[in-house]
Every structure is written in C-alpha cells, then in structure tokens.
Write a protein that binds this ligand. Structure first.
Ligand code: G3I
Length: 511
C-alpha cells in the first residue's frame, strides 16, 4: 500500500470494502421507434448495447472464463506498472505478464487500458529518473503494444491527498519548476512533468499511427464537492490540467474507489463533474471502481447495490462517459478485501454474483438517458490566466476535418453484407443517435456506416466507432472489438451532435 493509501485508510472509521464496476463504451439511449429489446444477461453485453465498455482489473493468474464472459475491457492490475516492466534506463523487462493479459484481451474482444507510465508509486527502477529517461520508457512501452492498447494511463495520481488541490511533492513532481511562483506549472518558463510526459506520449502515438488514447487518472476527483459540500479542489486541479493540456490529453480516469473518506464519498454531483470534463472534449472513464460495503455502519449511503446503481447511472447519463472498470472480480481477491467492494464473492474462478452485480446489470440494461444532458456548471476555480505551455506541440499536425465533398445520396444503395438503422434521442439543438449494424446472411469482419447529416448539424462525439468527418457526409467505421459480427447478429455504436438528425438514411458497407 502506498503512503497516500495508508493515509486514506487512516481517515476511514472502519475497515472498508472494495468493489469493482465494469462497463463498455459507445452508444446511446433506446428510442421510441425501436422495439423493446430483451435484457442482456452479461455486463459486457448490456454495456455494449448502452454504448460503453465495462471492464475489470486483471492479473495473469486470474484469467478465468468470467473475465471474457462478463467484461469487454481489461486493465492489468499490476503487470504494466514501471516496477514490473521498466529498467533504470527506460527500457523494458519482464513483459511476460503484460503480454499474457494483452493477448487474452485480444482473444476475447476486450479493450486494454495500459496502466501506467508515470507514477510516483511503484516506480521501481525508474524512481528518481529524469524526464529524458521517463520519455525513453514512455516510447518503449507505447511502441511495444501499439494500437493493442486502446487507452494508456500516461500520468497516474499526480495530485496530493486531503483536498489541497496541489501537485504531489514526491518524485517525479520534484522535477516541476514554478518559475514565477504563482502556484501552478502552466506558465512560460515553468517545467511540468505532466505536460512533458503527455507531449512525449502524443508524439509516440502520432509517429506510430496508433489509435491509442492518452489518459490522466486519479482518485478523490469524482465529485464536484466533498463531504460537507465544500469544493473538491483536487477535482478542480485535475480539471485545470486537462483544460490546459487538452491538445495532448484524450481521456480522464476517475478511479472511483468510493469509501467513507470525506473526499471519497459518492456525491450527488458526480454526474455534473463527469459532464464538465466531458465538455472539454475528453472521454471520461470510471477507471478503478470499487464501493465500500461498510456493513458495520453503512455510512456511505443507501447500501452497496444502490450506490453502484447511482454511480453507473451517472456515467450512463453522460454520453462521453465511455467506460467503467471495476478494480477486480471478487471481494476476496481485491486490494481492499475487507471492504467487500466488488460485484462477486468467491474466488479462484468460482464466483457468485452479489446484489451489486444485479443492480449494475439492471442499470446498464436501461441504457443511457433519454433526457437532454444536464447543464454543465462552471468550474469552481478560476481558469488559469497563463499562456499555453512553452514546449512545442508534437510535430505531426492534428488531423483536419475534411469538408463534405459529395452531395448526400437521395436513395441509399443496398447494403453489401450489412444493414444499419438509426434511432434518435433528440432535444432542442441536439441529439444522440444510436446506430444498429446488422450482418446479412454471412459473417462480416468489419463495417463502415455512411450517413449524410443535414446542413448545420455537427457530430461532437462518437462511441464504439471511429468517425471520419463531423458534418455533411460522415463515415463511421468499426473499432477493434465490434467489427466482427456473425450472420444475422447486430452491434451498435453511437454519436452525439448539435443540430437536428431526423430522417437519416445510413448506408452500411461490410468488409
Ligand atoms: O506479487 C507479490 C508477491 O509475490 C509477494 O509475495 C507479495 C508480498 O507482499 O507481494 C505481491 O505483490 C503485491 C501486488 O499488489 C500483487 O498482489 C504488492 O506487494 C502490492 O504492493 C501490490 O498492490 C497493488 C497496488 O496497486 C500497488 O501497486 C494492488 O494489487 C493494486 O490493486 C493497486 O492498484 C492501484 C492502482 O494501480 C492505482 N490506483 C489505486 C489502486 C489501488 O491501490
């Protein structure tokens, strides 16, 4: 246990259970035009239908069938940490466990979250390393697995405990330099390990042509407020980092180790906090979920199952909340086993579903919200008044959105091997579209769906597909885990937009 975690533990009044939560990414709400769908019976299927991933932290010695059956995303719990795989010069070693996990994920159509590149804890041979050595390690790790890693936690747990809103003072943050002493590291002349690590990671991803997205991950950042209603300064500090370095950061992980620490409780503004990060354009993940089942005094709310339901709902209600990962399979095998925070009991492959499991499955089966997203509250800290970082951005220019070049077809051609239907959830000025892709009489290995949007309509976010373009004629292509569809079977993706999207005629092409 790290010093910070020991500190958090001391703050708790009793032993706390841990729990895990899983979800998958992508699409959206059920539409009035669609027939009522049968409830899915696994977390991954229910999540996929709702348009998000539902994942689990895993280790090579616990790759039981349940991993691939219930989850469609996998995070190595320990096997990609620097203390396992980094040499002191930034090279790689002992990658066998990580390779096993990546291969298992690929075989089971699961996304992988790499965890983690830059962390003050479990740094192993990298402890005290320079930025140059960190950069070497970042390059080696990203290049080893390339696009097999959907998301990398580039920087983990950069911020202090106890709601100070400050950076940690442990390495690597001792390398930070605040040139003008104003308390942040965003100014010309400042040095910032977070910024420089993300810049390096982005350069490697772009140079390799990988689809990998780059995340920052932390705990006690889940609520807009903390217990008692005061501002969550740690969340606000994270928000300022993401806003300032948005060009390098694609995703944010709220670890979501909920317990009765005053800064770790489940607040009613969880959804609003997810939404304000989403409004920066990043994906949000609940990346390490476990929820204290504090049976001794049940002091974090209405009980574990209801707390899980509440947390899953908060994610489902924000379209850019694209995944939930529970931090282990069962209570007995959790890092916080005494707190019983996960979805299963049992062990060694013989697991029993808890009430929390059924609550999560039920909530996922309800899908995303059918009401407009909530209004995003303004950040509770003033925006940084400082100029953008002085380090030059990656040399590879970001992709530009091509303008539509062809008029929309008035009659869609017959689909070759697949068909697609759209259901809409609209409100004044915006919409969420769920697209169902169905294979014909033969299995397909991949698909592309073309839609022509009305003038003035723009796609602002996509789940479970990769979009080409944002207005006019837009093409959505499958991602790694949903390209293969058996004959007569379906998969879904979703997108959100501004404007209107009535009358879309999607054209599906299979490969
Ligand atoms: O594998 C060795 C074993 O051979 C040895 O006998 C034993 C002796 O203590 O240690 C075992 O390694 C332990 C490892 O977990 C596997 O069980 C380490 O000591 C222990 O420090 C390590 O704890 C992990 C912790 O991170 C520190 O890296 C937890 O499993 C893991 O769940 C936890 O995960 C973190 C996330 O990475 C970041 N967010 C918080 C989260 C919970 O602490």
């Amino acid at each position: 246990m790290t010093g910070s975690l020991r500190q958090r533990k001391r703050l708790t009044r009793t032993a706390l259970p841990a729990a895990v939560l899983l979800v998958v990414s992508g699409a959206v709400a059920v539409q009035s035009t669609a027939p009522a769908a049968a409830a899915e019976t696994t977390l991954r299927a229910a999540a996929a239908k709702a348009g998000l991933f539902f994942g689990v932290a895993a280790s090579p010695n616990r790759l039981y069938p349940i991993v691939g059956q219930e989850f469609n995303q996998l995070t190595p719990e320990n096997d990609m940490k620097p203390d396992r795989i980094a040499t002191s010069s930034g090279g790689l070693q002992n990658t066998g466990g990580a390779d096993t996990l990546v291969n298992h994920a690929q075989s089971n159509n699961m996304l992988v979250r790499g965890h983690t590149l830059v962390w003050h804890s479990q740094a192993g041979a990298l402890q005290g390393a320079s930025q140059a050595t960190l950069n070497t390690f970042i390059g080696n790790a990203i290049n080893r697995w390339g696009s097999k890693i959907a998301y990398w936690d580039v920087v983990n747990e950069a911020l202090e405990d106890n709601n100070t809103g400050r950076r940690r003072n442990q390495w690597p943050h001792t390398m930070n330099r605040d040139a003008n002493g104003d308390g942040d590291y965003f100014d010309a002349g400042d040095t910032d390990v977070i910024r420089d690590s993300f810049i390096r990671a982005k350069q490697v991803v772009q140079a390799g042509g990988y689809s990998t997205k780059l995340c920052i991950n932390d705990y006690d950042v889940e609520g807009l407020t903390v217990q008692g209603g005061g501002p969550n300064r740690k969340a606000n500090a994270l928000y300022d980092i993401v806003r300032t370095y948005r060009q390098y950061i694609d995703c944010v992980g709220f670890q979501s180790h909920f317990n009765d620490n005053p800064n770790s409780i489940i607040t009613n503004d969880l959804q609003a906090n997810i939404q304000r990060f989403a409004d920066l354009g990043v994906e949000v993940h609940l990346s390490e979920v476990d929820i204290d089942d504090d049976l001794s005094n049940n002091d974090i709310g209405a009980g574990q199952a209801e707390n899980y339901r509440k947390v899953v709902r908060a994610c489902l209600n924000v379209p850019k909340c694209t995944g939930i990962t529970v931090w282990g399979i069962s209570d007995s095998e959790s890092w916080r086993s005494s707190e019983r925070g996960l979805l299963f009991t049992g062990g060694n492959g013989n697991y029993q579903k808890k009430a929390a499991y059924h609550a999560v499955l039920d909530e996922l089966n309800k899908g995303r919200t059918t009401t407009p997203p909530t209004t995003t509250p303004p950040p509770t800290t003033p925006p940084p008044t400082t100029p953008p970082p002085t380090t030059p951005p990656p040399t590879t220019p970001p992709p530009t959105t091509p303008p539509p070049t062809t008029p929309p077809p008035t009659t869609p051609p017959p689909a070759a091997g697949c068909s697609a239907t759209v259901s809409l959830n609209s409100w004044p000025g915006g919409f969420v579209a769920t697209v169902r892709v169905t294979a014909g009489t033969s299995p397909i290995r991949g698909w592309t769906v073309q839609v022509t949007l009305p003038a003035g309509t723009t796609v602002t976010g996509t789940w479970s597909a990769t979009a080409s373009g944002a207005s006019g004629s837009v093409q959505f292509t499958n991602v790694s885990y949903n390209g293969a569809v058996n004959a007569g079977q379906s998969t879904e993706f979703g997108f959100q937009g501004t404007g209107t999207a009535t009358g879309l005629t999607p054209v599906c092409t299979a490969s």
